[in-house]
Design a protein around this ligand. Structure first.
Ligand SMILES: [Zn+2]
Ligand SMILES: [Zn+2]
Ligand SMILES: [Zn+2]
Length: 349
């Protein structure tokens, strides 16, 4: 049986990165795509908000004041979840009550001084400047001897809990490998040992042949809906070249990353003519000073919207207690995204 034969019947798909199953129920979406057009959620049109704690020159809650920055701006989070000088400790009561002290850094990156400019509406050269900052941060934080992992992530939109609409992301760097990267490290290591090939390089070959889950691509990157996607319009961006992190990208690859980030997020905004909410982040090789031949650079996008700007998927019930589940297939989601314009709806005539 080929993957194409599985498309209408309930089935499970294997996520080789997290090594778990996803339940897919395509028969529940026999109804045609509704293409529902909700009232567009127009992003803020003001370039500067005197009340915004991320805008240039404004005061932040902790009492600090932002400089009058004119490009990407990085600062230490005023309410950090991790502290670099936390005292080490260990608790272990019968392998059941177990804790460890954890050190780390939490930073905030404002993409632009503009309150209203998100990645899909920034110029390619301005997105490239953000990528340069991410790369420097990954390198600098990763160079701290005890930092083993640097997580760059963006929560976009109130639906994802973003507390401020000013376009920004966060960087958390810490002493141990967090859960998801640790699972992916184990899976990629085992795959490399078993097949003598990289897991994601091998996966890219299959997707390049099949093409049904590819959303957009350029010389250096492919954006696709992974075969095992859980969220309706979940995507991954993979580098074509086998590299472990941004630190290894060429000039051309940095520019191409800006290109694919824009091309994907413009399609997201155009899907429901809204400022499409998501959590996204990069998974890069651990910064533990070891060689990581197994690790392949990639990004994940987890957007909650399902059918319109106002209808979202909830991960509740069966998903909390048993297993993730989806109705619309990865192939259907990719086809919708692929078919959209790569000109942002706000920039269309
Ligand atoms: Zn602002
Ligand atoms: Zn690879
Ligand atoms: Zn990952």
């Amino acid at each position: 049986m080929t993957p194409h034969d599985a498309k209408d019947a309930p089935h499970r798909r294997w996520n080789p990165l997290l090594r778990e199953w996803v339940l897919v129920s395509p028969h529940r979406t026999q109804r045609p795509w509704l293409g529902q057009v909700a009232t567009p959620v127009i992003p803020p049109r003001i370039e500067y908000d005197p009340e915004c704690y991320l805008c240039p020159g404004n005061s932040r809650a902790g009492g600090s004041q932002n400089p009058s920055y004119t490009a990407t701006y990085v600062f230490d989070n005023d309410y950090p979840a991790l502290l670099p000088d936390a005292t080490p400790f260990q608790i272990d009561e019968g392998d059941l009550i177990v804790a460890r002290g954890e050190r780390g850094f939490c930073r905030v990156v404002c993409f632009s001084p503009r309150h209203d400019l998100t990645i899909p509406r920034m110029q390619p050269e301005d997105v490239r400047a953000v990528i340069d900052v991410w790369t420097d941060q990954y390198r600098d934080l990763g160079a701290v001897p005890w930092v083993q992992h640097v997580q760059i992530f963006e929560n976009r939109g109130a639906l994802m809990g973003a507390s401020n609409p000013h376009p920004h992301c966060q960087i958390w760097a810490n002493q141990t490998l967090p859960n998801q990267p640790a699972r992916e490290l184990a899976a990629q290591t085992e795959y490399l040992q078993k097949h003598e090939k990289c897991l994601l390089c091998s996966y890219l070959v299959l997707e390049g042949n099949d093409r049904v889950r590819i959303v957009t691509e350029n010389e250096s990157f492919v954006a696709l809906v992974p075969y095992w996607a859980v969220w309706p319009f979940e995507t991954m961006i993979l580098s074509r070249r086998h590299v472990g992190s941004m630190a290894e990208f060429s000039e051309a690859e940095r520019n191409d990353l800006a290109g694919v980030l824009r091309s994907l997020t413009i399609r997201y905004d155009n899907l429901f003519t809204t400022a499409f909410p998501y959590t996204m982040g990069f998974h890069q090789q651990p910064t533990d000073g070891k060689q990581h031949p197994e690790w392949h650079f990639h990004a994940h996008y987890f957007p909650p919207l399902l059918r319109s700007a106002t209808v979202q998927k909830f991960m509740v019930g069966y998903e909390m207690l048993a297993s993730p589940q989806r109705d619309i297939t990865a192939e259907g989601a990719a086809a919708h995204l692929r078919g959209l314009s790569d000109v942002h709806f706000l920039d269309q005539a």
